[in-house]
Design a protein around this ligand. Structure first.
Ligand code: ATP
Ligand code: MG
Length: 462
Protein backbone atom coordinates (compact mmCIF):
# COMPACT_ATOMS: atom_id res chain seq x y z
CA UNK A 1 0.00 0.00 0.00
CA UNK A 2 1.18 3.50 -0.78
CA UNK A 3 2.18 5.63 2.21
CA UNK A 4 -0.65 7.80 3.48
CA UNK A 5 -0.65 11.37 2.23
CA UNK A 6 -0.89 14.11 4.83
CA UNK A 7 -1.56 17.71 3.89
CA UNK A 8 -0.10 20.25 6.35
CA UNK A 9 -1.52 23.77 6.18
CA UNK A 10 0.41 26.22 8.35
CA UNK A 11 1.44 29.81 7.76
CA UNK A 12 4.37 29.72 10.18
CA UNK A 13 7.13 28.09 8.07
CA UNK A 14 9.07 26.86 11.10
CA UNK A 15 6.09 24.99 12.52
CA UNK A 16 5.10 23.67 9.09
CA UNK A 17 8.59 22.41 8.24
CA UNK A 18 9.18 20.70 11.57
CA UNK A 19 5.81 18.93 11.33
CA UNK A 20 6.64 17.86 7.83
CA UNK A 21 10.00 16.42 8.89
CA UNK A 22 8.45 14.60 11.81
CA UNK A 23 5.74 12.97 9.69
CA UNK A 24 8.12 12.05 6.92
CA UNK A 25 10.31 10.30 9.44
CA UNK A 26 7.26 8.31 10.48
CA UNK A 27 6.91 7.14 6.89
CA UNK A 28 4.08 9.35 5.68
CA UNK A 29 4.04 11.38 2.47
CA UNK A 30 3.44 15.07 3.04
CA UNK A 31 2.30 18.20 1.27
CA UNK A 32 2.80 21.66 2.74
CA UNK A 33 0.70 24.76 2.12
CA UNK A 34 1.01 28.15 3.79
CA UNK A 35 -2.67 29.09 3.88
CA UNK A 36 -6.15 27.61 3.50
CA UNK A 37 -6.57 28.65 -0.08
CA UNK A 38 -3.36 27.00 -1.19
CA UNK A 39 -4.23 24.01 0.96
CA UNK A 40 -7.63 23.59 -0.66
CA UNK A 41 -6.08 23.73 -4.08
CA UNK A 42 -3.62 20.95 -3.18
CA UNK A 43 -6.43 18.97 -1.60
CA UNK A 44 -8.35 19.12 -4.86
CA UNK A 45 -5.35 18.07 -6.96
CA UNK A 46 -3.88 15.31 -4.85
CA UNK A 47 -5.21 12.26 -3.07
CA UNK A 48 -5.01 13.38 0.52
CA UNK A 49 -5.77 11.02 3.39
CA UNK A 50 -5.45 13.46 6.28
CA UNK A 51 -5.32 17.22 6.76
CA UNK A 52 -3.55 19.02 9.61
CA UNK A 53 -4.36 22.71 9.60
CA UNK A 54 -3.63 25.83 11.60
CA UNK A 55 -6.66 28.00 12.43
CA UNK A 56 -5.63 31.60 11.86
CA UNK A 57 -4.02 32.12 8.46
CA UNK A 58 -4.14 34.75 5.74
CA UNK A 59 -6.43 34.34 2.72
CA UNK A 60 -8.37 31.38 4.07
CA UNK A 61 -8.48 30.23 7.68
CA UNK A 62 -8.46 26.64 8.98
CA UNK A 63 -12.16 26.45 9.76
CA UNK A 64 -13.16 27.46 6.29
CA UNK A 65 -10.74 24.88 4.89
CA UNK A 66 -12.20 22.26 7.21
CA UNK A 67 -15.68 22.95 5.92
CA UNK A 68 -14.56 22.75 2.32
CA UNK A 69 -12.71 19.46 2.89
CA UNK A 70 -15.70 17.90 4.63
CA UNK A 71 -17.96 19.03 1.82
CA UNK A 72 -15.66 17.60 -0.85
CA UNK A 73 -14.77 14.32 0.83
CA UNK A 74 -16.46 13.73 4.17
CA UNK A 75 -14.33 10.67 5.00
CA UNK A 76 -11.14 12.76 5.15
CA UNK A 77 -10.13 13.45 8.72
CA UNK A 78 -8.91 16.89 9.75
CA UNK A 79 -6.74 17.72 12.77
CA UNK A 80 -6.76 21.37 13.83
CA UNK A 81 -3.78 23.16 15.39
CA UNK A 82 -4.87 25.88 17.73
CA UNK A 83 -2.65 28.60 19.11
CA UNK A 84 -3.16 30.11 22.53
CA UNK A 85 -6.24 32.25 22.54
CA UNK A 86 -7.99 30.39 19.75
CA UNK A 87 -9.44 27.63 21.89
CA UNK A 88 -13.02 28.62 21.06
CA UNK A 89 -12.17 28.18 17.43
CA UNK A 90 -10.91 24.70 18.21
CA UNK A 91 -14.22 23.86 19.84
CA UNK A 92 -16.02 25.19 16.82
CA UNK A 93 -13.77 23.02 14.63
CA UNK A 94 -14.87 19.93 16.53
CA UNK A 95 -18.46 20.85 15.84
CA UNK A 96 -17.66 21.15 12.17
CA UNK A 97 -16.37 17.60 12.13
CA UNK A 98 -12.67 17.89 12.93
CA UNK A 99 -11.13 14.69 14.23
CA UNK A 100 -9.36 16.45 17.10
CA UNK A 101 -7.32 19.53 17.89
CA UNK A 102 -3.85 20.00 19.27
CA UNK A 103 -2.42 23.09 20.94
CA UNK A 104 0.78 24.86 20.10
CA UNK A 105 3.55 24.25 20.85
CA UNK A 106 3.06 20.89 19.16
CA UNK A 107 4.21 17.89 21.12
CA UNK A 108 5.66 15.40 18.60
CA UNK A 109 4.42 12.36 20.53
CA UNK A 110 0.89 13.68 20.79
CA UNK A 111 0.61 14.64 17.14
CA UNK A 112 2.03 11.27 15.99
CA UNK A 113 -0.55 9.45 18.05
CA UNK A 114 -3.38 11.62 16.77
CA UNK A 115 -2.33 11.07 13.18
CA UNK A 116 -2.21 7.33 13.66
CA UNK A 117 -5.65 7.22 15.24
CA UNK A 118 -7.22 9.45 12.62
CA UNK A 119 -5.89 7.30 9.78
CA UNK A 120 -7.02 4.15 11.52
CA UNK A 121 -10.53 5.48 11.92
CA UNK A 122 -10.64 6.47 8.30
CA UNK A 123 -9.56 3.03 7.12
CA UNK A 124 -12.34 1.47 9.15
CA UNK A 125 -14.95 3.85 7.79
CA UNK A 126 -13.84 3.14 4.24
CA UNK A 127 -13.84 -0.62 4.77
CA UNK A 128 -17.34 -0.48 6.16
CA UNK A 129 -18.54 1.65 3.33
CA UNK A 130 -17.05 -0.81 0.83
CA UNK A 131 -18.72 -3.72 2.52
CA UNK A 132 -22.03 -1.98 2.69
CA UNK A 133 -21.98 -1.04 -0.95
CA UNK A 134 -21.00 -4.59 -1.88
CA UNK A 135 -23.91 -5.90 0.12
CA UNK A 136 -26.28 -3.49 -1.50
CA UNK A 137 -24.94 -4.22 -4.94
CA UNK A 138 -25.06 -7.94 -4.72
CA UNK A 139 -27.97 -8.74 -2.56
CA UNK A 140 -30.38 -5.92 -2.45
CA UNK A 141 -33.61 -6.63 -4.20
CA UNK A 142 -32.56 -4.29 -6.90
CA UNK A 143 -30.43 -7.15 -8.24
CA UNK A 144 -33.29 -9.59 -8.19
CA UNK A 145 -35.33 -8.58 -11.13
CA UNK A 146 -39.06 -9.06 -11.07
CA UNK A 147 -41.90 -6.73 -11.87
CA UNK A 148 -44.54 -9.41 -12.23
CA UNK A 149 -47.19 -9.52 -9.58
CA UNK A 150 -45.95 -12.89 -8.40
CA UNK A 151 -42.40 -11.68 -7.88
CA UNK A 152 -43.41 -8.42 -6.26
CA UNK A 153 -45.45 -10.43 -3.77
CA UNK A 154 -42.41 -12.57 -3.03
CA UNK A 155 -40.28 -9.47 -2.45
CA UNK A 156 -42.84 -8.17 0.01
CA UNK A 157 -42.86 -11.50 1.79
CA UNK A 158 -39.07 -11.58 2.00
CA UNK A 159 -38.90 -8.08 3.39
CA UNK A 160 -41.44 -9.07 5.96
CA UNK A 161 -39.93 -12.35 7.14
CA UNK A 162 -36.20 -11.62 6.75
CA UNK A 163 -35.75 -10.12 10.24
CA UNK A 164 -37.18 -13.17 12.02
CA UNK A 165 -35.28 -16.35 12.77
CA UNK A 166 -37.94 -18.67 11.40
CA UNK A 167 -36.99 -21.40 8.93
CA UNK A 168 -37.75 -20.82 5.28
CA UNK A 169 -38.43 -23.39 2.59
CA UNK A 170 -37.96 -22.19 -0.98
CA UNK A 171 -39.49 -24.31 -3.71
CA UNK A 172 -38.81 -23.64 -7.37
CA UNK A 173 -37.71 -25.25 -10.59
CA UNK A 174 -34.07 -25.22 -11.56
CA UNK A 175 -32.73 -21.74 -12.25
CA UNK A 176 -35.64 -19.78 -10.80
CA UNK A 177 -33.43 -17.94 -8.31
CA UNK A 178 -33.70 -19.98 -5.11
CA UNK A 179 -30.16 -19.27 -4.06
CA UNK A 180 -30.53 -15.60 -4.89
CA UNK A 181 -33.60 -15.40 -2.65
CA UNK A 182 -31.85 -17.27 0.16
CA UNK A 183 -29.01 -14.75 -0.05
CA UNK A 184 -31.42 -11.85 -0.01
CA UNK A 185 -33.12 -13.14 3.13
CA UNK A 186 -29.82 -13.54 4.95
CA UNK A 187 -28.43 -10.18 3.92
CA UNK A 188 -31.64 -8.42 4.89
CA UNK A 189 -31.67 -10.01 8.32
CA UNK A 190 -29.89 -9.04 11.54
CA UNK A 191 -27.54 -11.93 10.80
CA UNK A 192 -26.17 -10.18 7.71
CA UNK A 193 -22.74 -9.60 9.23
CA UNK A 194 -22.45 -13.25 10.27
CA UNK A 195 -21.71 -16.16 7.92
CA UNK A 196 -23.99 -17.45 5.20
CA UNK A 197 -23.03 -21.09 4.70
CA UNK A 198 -24.32 -23.22 1.87
CA UNK A 199 -24.58 -26.99 1.76
CA UNK A 200 -25.38 -28.68 -1.56
CA UNK A 201 -27.00 -31.77 -0.15
CA UNK A 202 -27.22 -33.53 -3.52
CA UNK A 203 -23.47 -33.43 -4.08
CA UNK A 204 -22.66 -35.10 -0.77
CA UNK A 205 -22.69 -38.87 -0.63
CA UNK A 206 -24.43 -40.54 2.26
CA UNK A 207 -21.08 -41.41 3.80
CA UNK A 208 -19.76 -37.89 4.11
CA UNK A 209 -22.82 -35.74 4.57
CA UNK A 210 -22.86 -36.07 8.35
CA UNK A 211 -19.25 -35.14 8.75
CA UNK A 212 -19.84 -32.19 6.41
CA UNK A 213 -22.83 -31.00 8.40
CA UNK A 214 -21.73 -31.76 11.92
CA UNK A 215 -17.95 -32.01 11.63
CA UNK A 216 -15.86 -34.84 13.00
CA UNK A 217 -13.29 -35.62 15.63
CA UNK A 218 -9.81 -36.82 14.87
CA UNK A 219 -9.87 -40.56 14.21
CA UNK A 220 -13.65 -40.74 13.79
CA UNK A 221 -13.12 -42.74 10.62
CA UNK A 222 -10.22 -43.71 8.38
CA UNK A 223 -8.95 -40.53 6.83
CA UNK A 224 -10.08 -38.30 9.68
CA UNK A 225 -6.55 -37.25 10.50
CA UNK A 226 -7.60 -34.08 12.25
CA UNK A 227 -10.80 -32.90 13.84
CA UNK A 228 -12.87 -30.59 11.68
CA UNK A 229 -15.74 -28.20 12.11
CA UNK A 230 -18.92 -28.93 10.19
CA UNK A 231 -21.12 -26.46 8.38
CA UNK A 232 -23.39 -26.09 11.37
CA UNK A 233 -20.53 -24.83 13.48
CA UNK A 234 -19.28 -22.58 10.70
CA UNK A 235 -22.73 -21.04 10.35
CA UNK A 236 -23.03 -20.25 14.06
CA UNK A 237 -25.00 -17.00 14.52
CA UNK A 238 -25.51 -16.84 10.79
CA UNK A 239 -27.62 -18.67 8.24
CA UNK A 240 -27.27 -22.22 6.93
CA UNK A 241 -28.61 -22.77 3.42
CA UNK A 242 -29.55 -26.39 2.76
CA UNK A 243 -29.76 -26.57 -1.00
CA UNK A 244 -31.50 -29.58 -2.60
CA UNK A 245 -32.67 -30.58 0.82
CA UNK A 246 -34.77 -33.46 -0.53
CA UNK A 247 -31.51 -35.35 -1.10
CA UNK A 248 -30.61 -35.62 2.57
CA UNK A 249 -30.66 -39.31 3.47
CA UNK A 250 -33.35 -40.37 5.94
CA UNK A 251 -30.76 -41.40 8.51
CA UNK A 252 -29.36 -37.86 8.53
CA UNK A 253 -32.79 -36.27 8.57
CA UNK A 254 -33.40 -37.33 12.13
CA UNK A 255 -30.18 -35.70 13.28
CA UNK A 256 -31.06 -32.59 11.38
CA UNK A 257 -34.40 -32.49 13.12
CA UNK A 258 -32.67 -32.53 16.48
CA UNK A 259 -30.49 -29.56 15.58
CA UNK A 260 -33.55 -27.67 14.43
CA UNK A 261 -35.45 -28.46 17.58
CA UNK A 262 -32.77 -28.20 20.19
CA UNK A 263 -29.96 -26.32 18.47
CA UNK A 264 -27.45 -28.97 19.47
CA UNK A 265 -25.50 -31.91 18.04
CA UNK A 266 -22.27 -33.85 18.35
CA UNK A 267 -19.45 -34.08 15.87
CA UNK A 268 -19.07 -37.47 14.18
CA UNK A 269 -16.97 -39.58 16.53
CA UNK A 270 -17.32 -37.03 19.31
CA UNK A 271 -19.35 -36.97 22.50
CA UNK A 272 -19.21 -33.30 23.36
CA UNK A 273 -22.54 -31.61 22.71
CA UNK A 274 -22.17 -28.48 20.64
CA UNK A 275 -24.75 -25.72 20.78
CA UNK A 276 -25.41 -23.44 17.85
CA UNK A 277 -27.67 -20.56 17.02
CA UNK A 278 -28.62 -20.79 13.37
CA UNK A 279 -31.28 -19.79 10.94
CA UNK A 280 -32.12 -22.43 8.35
CA UNK A 281 -33.13 -21.76 4.79
CA UNK A 282 -33.81 -24.85 2.70
CA UNK A 283 -34.44 -25.14 -1.01
CA UNK A 284 -35.82 -27.81 -3.25
CA UNK A 285 -36.65 -28.30 -6.91
CA UNK A 286 -39.63 -30.39 -6.08
CA UNK A 287 -42.56 -30.05 -3.83
CA UNK A 288 -41.42 -31.87 -0.71
CA UNK A 289 -44.94 -32.98 0.17
CA UNK A 290 -44.64 -35.60 -2.54
CA UNK A 291 -41.44 -36.91 -0.95
CA UNK A 292 -43.21 -36.94 2.41
CA UNK A 293 -46.05 -39.01 0.96
CA UNK A 294 -43.53 -41.46 -0.49
CA UNK A 295 -41.79 -41.67 2.88
CA UNK A 296 -38.53 -40.30 1.47
CA UNK A 297 -38.71 -37.23 3.63
CA UNK A 298 -39.66 -37.07 7.30
CA UNK A 299 -42.91 -35.28 7.86
CA UNK A 300 -41.77 -33.73 11.16
CA UNK A 301 -38.68 -32.34 9.47
CA UNK A 302 -40.79 -31.00 6.64
CA UNK A 303 -42.94 -29.00 9.05
CA UNK A 304 -39.86 -27.71 10.85
CA UNK A 305 -38.40 -26.41 7.62
CA UNK A 306 -41.62 -25.18 6.13
CA UNK A 307 -42.43 -22.40 8.59
CA UNK A 308 -42.27 -19.84 5.82
CA UNK A 309 -42.94 -21.18 2.36
CA UNK A 310 -41.75 -19.37 -0.74
CA UNK A 311 -42.81 -20.72 -4.11
CA UNK A 312 -40.75 -19.26 -6.93
CA UNK A 313 -42.74 -19.28 -10.15
CA UNK A 314 -41.04 -20.56 -13.30
CA UNK A 315 -40.29 -18.02 -15.98
CA UNK A 316 -43.14 -19.25 -18.19
CA UNK A 317 -45.58 -18.04 -15.55
CA UNK A 318 -44.12 -14.56 -15.49
CA UNK A 319 -43.20 -13.76 -19.06
CA UNK A 320 -43.64 -10.07 -18.33
CA UNK A 321 -40.39 -10.23 -16.33
CA UNK A 322 -38.41 -11.34 -19.36
CA UNK A 323 -37.79 -7.90 -20.92
CA UNK A 324 -36.52 -6.57 -17.60
CA UNK A 325 -34.30 -9.59 -17.08
CA UNK A 326 -32.92 -9.30 -20.61
CA UNK A 327 -32.15 -5.64 -20.07
CA UNK A 328 -30.55 -6.39 -16.73
CA UNK A 329 -28.33 -9.11 -18.18
CA UNK A 330 -27.28 -6.97 -21.14
CA UNK A 331 -26.15 -4.28 -18.73
CA UNK A 332 -24.42 -6.86 -16.57
CA UNK A 333 -22.44 -8.33 -19.47
CA UNK A 334 -21.75 -4.94 -21.00
CA UNK A 335 -20.00 -4.15 -17.77
CA UNK A 336 -18.31 -7.52 -17.41
CA UNK A 337 -16.95 -7.65 -20.95
CA UNK A 338 -16.71 -3.91 -21.52
CA UNK A 339 -19.11 -4.02 -24.42
CA UNK A 340 -21.60 -1.52 -25.60
CA UNK A 341 -24.64 -3.52 -26.69
CA UNK A 342 -27.46 -1.02 -26.91
CA UNK A 343 -30.46 -3.30 -26.57
CA UNK A 344 -32.65 -5.92 -28.19
CA UNK A 345 -34.64 -5.75 -31.41
CA UNK A 346 -38.37 -6.11 -31.12
CA UNK A 347 -38.48 -9.44 -32.93
CA UNK A 348 -35.64 -10.91 -30.88
CA UNK A 349 -37.41 -9.84 -27.72
CA UNK A 350 -40.68 -11.39 -28.76
CA UNK A 351 -38.86 -14.64 -29.52
CA UNK A 352 -37.19 -14.53 -26.10
CA UNK A 353 -40.58 -14.00 -24.50
CA UNK A 354 -42.19 -16.88 -26.38
CA UNK A 355 -39.43 -19.38 -25.84
CA UNK A 356 -40.10 -22.02 -23.22
CA UNK A 357 -37.18 -21.66 -20.85
CA UNK A 358 -36.88 -25.04 -19.20
CA UNK A 359 -33.74 -23.77 -17.43
CA UNK A 360 -35.58 -20.63 -16.39
CA UNK A 361 -33.61 -17.48 -15.51
CA UNK A 362 -30.26 -19.27 -15.57
CA UNK A 363 -30.86 -20.45 -19.14
CA UNK A 364 -32.02 -17.00 -20.21
CA UNK A 365 -28.93 -15.45 -18.63
CA UNK A 366 -26.58 -17.93 -20.33
CA UNK A 367 -28.28 -17.33 -23.67
CA UNK A 368 -27.80 -13.59 -23.42
CA UNK A 369 -24.20 -14.00 -22.32
CA UNK A 370 -23.27 -16.34 -25.16
CA UNK A 371 -25.09 -14.23 -27.77
CA UNK A 372 -23.20 -11.15 -26.66
CA UNK A 373 -19.83 -12.85 -26.41
CA UNK A 374 -20.09 -14.68 -29.73
CA UNK A 375 -21.46 -11.79 -31.80
CA UNK A 376 -20.76 -8.55 -29.92
CA UNK A 377 -23.79 -7.06 -31.67
CA UNK A 378 -24.73 -3.44 -31.58
CA UNK A 379 -28.33 -4.45 -31.09
CA UNK A 380 -29.17 -8.02 -30.19
CA UNK A 381 -31.24 -9.45 -33.03
CA UNK A 382 -32.65 -12.81 -34.14
CA UNK A 383 -29.52 -13.94 -35.94
CA UNK A 384 -27.45 -13.55 -32.76
CA UNK A 385 -29.58 -15.97 -30.80
CA UNK A 386 -28.59 -19.64 -30.61
CA UNK A 387 -30.03 -21.84 -33.31
CA UNK A 388 -32.10 -24.01 -31.04
CA UNK A 389 -33.97 -20.95 -29.85
CA UNK A 390 -34.57 -19.66 -33.35
CA UNK A 391 -35.82 -23.07 -34.38
CA UNK A 392 -38.07 -23.47 -31.40
CA UNK A 393 -40.05 -20.57 -32.75
CA UNK A 394 -41.93 -22.79 -35.16
CA UNK A 395 -42.32 -25.63 -32.74
CA UNK A 396 -43.60 -23.21 -30.19
CA UNK A 397 -46.51 -21.92 -32.17
CA UNK A 398 -49.83 -23.42 -31.23
CA UNK A 399 -53.07 -23.86 -33.04
CA UNK A 400 -56.23 -24.67 -31.22
CA UNK A 401 -58.81 -26.91 -32.73
CA UNK A 402 -62.29 -27.64 -31.45
CA UNK A 403 -63.01 -31.18 -30.41
CA UNK A 404 -65.05 -32.85 -33.12
CA UNK A 405 -63.40 -31.04 -36.01
CA UNK A 406 -63.21 -33.41 -39.01
CA UNK A 407 -59.70 -34.84 -39.45
CA UNK A 408 -59.45 -33.58 -42.95
CA UNK A 409 -59.97 -30.04 -41.77
CA UNK A 410 -57.48 -30.50 -38.91
CA UNK A 411 -54.88 -31.68 -41.36
CA UNK A 412 -55.46 -28.73 -43.64
CA UNK A 413 -55.28 -26.19 -40.82
CA UNK A 414 -52.11 -27.75 -39.43
CA UNK A 415 -50.46 -27.75 -42.82
CA UNK A 416 -51.34 -24.13 -43.59
CA UNK A 417 -50.27 -22.89 -40.15
CA UNK A 418 -47.00 -24.77 -40.32
CA UNK A 419 -46.27 -23.23 -43.69
CA UNK A 420 -47.07 -19.84 -42.31
CA UNK A 421 -44.67 -20.39 -39.41
CA UNK A 422 -41.87 -21.46 -41.76
CA UNK A 423 -42.66 -18.43 -43.93
CA UNK A 424 -43.69 -20.67 -46.84
CA UNK A 425 -40.58 -22.87 -46.70
CA UNK A 426 -42.00 -26.26 -47.75
CA UNK A 427 -38.82 -28.18 -46.96
CA UNK A 428 -38.86 -26.98 -43.37
CA UNK A 429 -42.59 -27.52 -43.01
CA UNK A 430 -42.23 -31.08 -44.27
CA UNK A 431 -39.46 -31.71 -41.77
CA UNK A 432 -41.53 -30.33 -38.90
CA UNK A 433 -44.56 -32.39 -39.91
CA UNK A 434 -42.56 -35.53 -40.50
CA UNK A 435 -43.76 -35.98 -44.05
CA UNK A 436 -42.02 -35.61 -47.34
CA UNK A 437 -42.06 -32.50 -49.50
CA UNK A 438 -43.93 -34.18 -52.29
CA UNK A 439 -46.77 -34.97 -49.93
CA UNK A 440 -46.91 -31.30 -49.01
CA UNK A 441 -47.14 -30.31 -52.65
CA UNK A 442 -49.89 -32.85 -53.23
CA UNK A 443 -51.88 -31.76 -50.25
CA UNK A 444 -51.56 -28.14 -51.24
CA UNK A 445 -52.90 -28.96 -54.69
CA UNK A 446 -55.86 -30.72 -53.06
CA UNK A 447 -56.56 -27.75 -50.85
CA UNK A 448 -56.34 -25.39 -53.80
CA UNK A 449 -58.75 -27.52 -55.80
CA UNK A 450 -61.07 -27.74 -52.83
CA UNK A 451 -61.33 -24.03 -52.24
CA UNK A 452 -61.78 -23.34 -55.92
CA UNK A 453 -64.68 -25.77 -55.87
CA UNK A 454 -66.16 -24.13 -52.80
CA UNK A 455 -65.76 -20.75 -54.45
CA UNK A 456 -67.73 -22.02 -57.43
CA UNK A 457 -70.48 -23.46 -55.32
CA UNK A 458 -70.90 -20.26 -53.41
CA UNK A 459 -70.86 -18.24 -56.53
CA UNK A 460 -73.37 -20.47 -58.27
CA UNK A 461 -75.64 -20.19 -55.25
CA UNK A 462 -75.81 -16.39 -55.51
N1 ATP B 1 -35.06 -12.67 -10.52
C1 ATP B 1 -33.79 -12.73 -10.95
N2 ATP B 1 -33.14 -11.61 -11.29
C2 ATP B 1 -31.86 -11.66 -11.72
N3 ATP B 1 -31.15 -12.77 -11.84
C3 ATP B 1 -31.74 -13.92 -11.51
C4 ATP B 1 -33.09 -13.96 -11.04
N4 ATP B 1 -33.41 -15.25 -10.78
C5 ATP B 1 -32.32 -15.97 -11.07
N5 ATP B 1 -31.31 -15.20 -11.51
C6 ATP B 1 -29.98 -15.65 -11.95
O1 ATP B 1 -30.15 -16.93 -12.51
C7 ATP B 1 -29.12 -17.81 -12.08
C8 ATP B 1 -29.73 -18.96 -11.33
O2 ATP B 1 -30.23 -18.53 -10.07
P1 ATP B 1 -30.11 -19.42 -8.76
O3 ATP B 1 -28.80 -20.13 -8.72
O4 ATP B 1 -30.49 -18.59 -7.60
O5 ATP B 1 -31.27 -20.47 -9.10
P2 ATP B 1 -31.67 -21.82 -8.33
O6 ATP B 1 -33.14 -21.80 -8.25
O7 ATP B 1 -30.89 -21.93 -7.08
O8 ATP B 1 -31.22 -22.91 -9.40
P3 ATP B 1 -30.88 -24.49 -9.13
O9 ATP B 1 -32.15 -25.15 -8.75
O10 ATP B 1 -30.41 -24.94 -10.47
O11 ATP B 1 -29.84 -24.53 -8.08
C9 ATP B 1 -28.18 -16.99 -11.24
O12 ATP B 1 -27.13 -16.51 -12.05
C10 ATP B 1 -29.02 -15.83 -10.78
O13 ATP B 1 -28.24 -14.70 -10.54
MG1 MG C 1 -29.49 -23.39 -6.56
Amino acid sequence: MDPKMILIVEDDPRVGESLRLLLQKKGYSTLLASNGKEGLQLFRQETVDLVITDVVMPKMGGLELLEAVKALRPETEVIVISAQGTIEKAVQAMKLGAFDFIEKPINPRVISLLVERALEKQTLVLQNRDLRSQLEDRFHFKNIIGRSEKMVKIFDLIRHIAPYDSSVLIIGESGTGKELIANAIHYNSPRAAMPFIKVSCASLSEGIIESELFGHEKGAFTGAIASRKGRFELAHQGTLFLDEVEDIPLSTQIKLLRVLQEGEFERVGGNKTIKVNIRIIAASNRDLQEAVRNANFREDLYYRLNVVNIKLPPLRERKEDIPFLVQFFIEKFNKKYQMNVRGVSQRAMSLLMDYSWSGNVRELENTIESSLVVHTPEVLDLQHLPQEIREMKQEQEVISIKIGTPLEEVERELLLQTLKATRGNKQKAAKLLGINVRTIHRKLEEIKGDSLMKGKIIRSGE
